[in-house]
Design a protein around this ligand. Structure first.
Ligand SMILES: *Cc1c(COP(=O)(O)O)cnc(C)c1O
Length: 405
């Protein structure tokens, strides 16, 4: 029997019953309750949510033109900033933890800075207080990019609430999914009003909603060990056969970010599935804790939250390999063989080339340490479909490549 294809991240599988949602309540209401906040604002994607956040801040500080993000992040962040007419600046990373370097951040912050984007990459909780102190010193805002961190907590509260604005993604593979979707949160009622005003002009689009509904239906049907071979495994193998790692990692985005409303049926599907998210995240945290202990005991370096007292979420277990050669050897041998190996992102933003037109001056920002991270990171899926036997096999292969056998 062929082994099932493991998805690259631990997304919450939909059940067929989610597709006939009745009595599930409103997604916005349920999410607000789940996150422990007064209200959330739904958008059609995480990227669209970021654009609404940026526009709300542009209205508050019209003279400011720059947005600072980590040099290693989702290329959609760069596209969103550019589409808002703002200039991206790239902050290098710390050597010890996967987070922005506060010294570098302080150098980049100026009276031109509109916002700083601490990013909870792969569910790892970033140091938002450090970003806040740099931003506040120059009168800038903080937007927490929690696209990959729905359910992560810092202290007693959800991530996304220390900064002025936070956003989560409901895209495929990021936990709870409406195929595409985004969630905005803000602690202060005045900021929520600014977000509502910035999002008010977004219209319902029957064409986009039909397309996304069909995609969500396909996802519900195919997001199972058997369906994933066709929907995910084969296209991945094709990309890898062409040597196209950017396409294989899903980092190949077009320029235009669609903005429209998140339709009612998809919201209800999300609200039904949300009822299972807490239990699913407890299960995946337990699995991650056991596997992290094994990986660390064998001498591998597992990437942790950047701050103490945080409980991140575990869509993947991130490893930092000893060097780029060892990382690439594992990928060449095992990426695409169905065991759930992947990359968060292939490159630091200036190294793609294809995003140069939106980077502008950011192409000259220092990104050396971030590039070192980009070349050494390796993500192991934390999906429950990666069973013990295959995890053991995979970790032995990784140990061998890292020279630990
Ligand atoms: C995926 C992602 C986004 C964008 O979210 P979408 O819902 O896919 O538009 C933004 N930031 C980070 C770090 C992401 O991983």
């Amino acid at each position: 029997m062929r082994q099932p294809t493991v998805p690259p991240t631990a997304g919450l599988p939909l059940q067929l019953g989610d597709l006939w949602p009745s009595g599930a309540g409103s997604l916005a209401g349920r999410l607000a309750e789940w996150l422990g906040v007064d209200a959330v604002q739904l958008e059609c994607s995480g990227t669209s949510a970021l654009m609404v956040a940026l526009r709300s801040l542009q209205a508050l500080r019209p003279g400011r033109s720059e947005v600072i993000a980590p040099a290693y992040t989702c290329p959609l962040v760069a596209l969103a900033i550019s589409q808002c007419g703002l200039q991206l600046r790239l902050c290098d990373l710390r050597a010890d933890v996967l987070d922005m370097d506060p010294v570098c951040l302080q150098h980049l912050c100026s009276e031109r800075t509109l916002a700083v984007l601490p990013t909870h990459l792969c569910g790892r909780v970033a140091d938002v207080d450090a970003a806040l102190s740099c931003a506040r010193a120059v009168g800038a805002y903080v937007i927490e990019d929690a696209a990959q961190a729905l359910g992560a907590r810092s202290g007693a509260a959800s991530v996304g609430l220390k900064g002025d604005i936070g956003f989560f993604s409901l895209a495929v593979g990021k936990g709870l999914s409406t195929f595409e979707g985004g969630v905005l949160v803000a602690r202060e009622p005045s900021m929520r009003a600014a977000l509502a005003a910035a999002g008010a002009s977004t219209r319902f689009s029957p064409w986009w909603e039909l397309r996304r509904s069909i995609e969500l239906l396909g996802y519900a049907l195919l997001y199972r060990p058997s369906g994933l071979r066709m929907a995910y495994g084969r296209p991945l193998q094709d990309s890898l056969a062409r040597g196209d790692w950017v396409e294989a990692a899903g980092d190949d985005f077009g320029d235009l970010i669609p903005q429209h409303r998140l339709g009612r049926w998809r919201q209800r599907v999300g609200a039904r599935a949300l009822r299972r998210l807490a239990a699913f995240q407890r299960q995946t945290s337990v699995q991650a804790a056991l596997r992290i202990a094994q990986l660390q005991a064998s001498g591998l370096e597992v990437v942790q939250d950047a701050v103490p007292q945080a409980q991140g979420v575990w869509p993947v277990i991130l490893l930092r390999m000893p060097n780029p050669q060892a990382r690439d050897a594992v990928l060449r041998a095992h990426w695409g063989d169905g065991c759930g190996l992947s990359l968060p992102f292939v490159h630091v933003l200036p190294d793609y080339g294809r995003y140069d037109h939106v980077l502008g001056a950011a192409r000259d920002d220092a990104v050396g340490q971030a590039r070192n991270w980009a070349q050494r990171l390796l993500a192991i899926s934390n999906s429950p479909w990666l069973d013990e036997a295959r995890f053991a096999q995979l970790s032995a292969q990784i140990r061998a490549a890292a020279g630990l056998e």
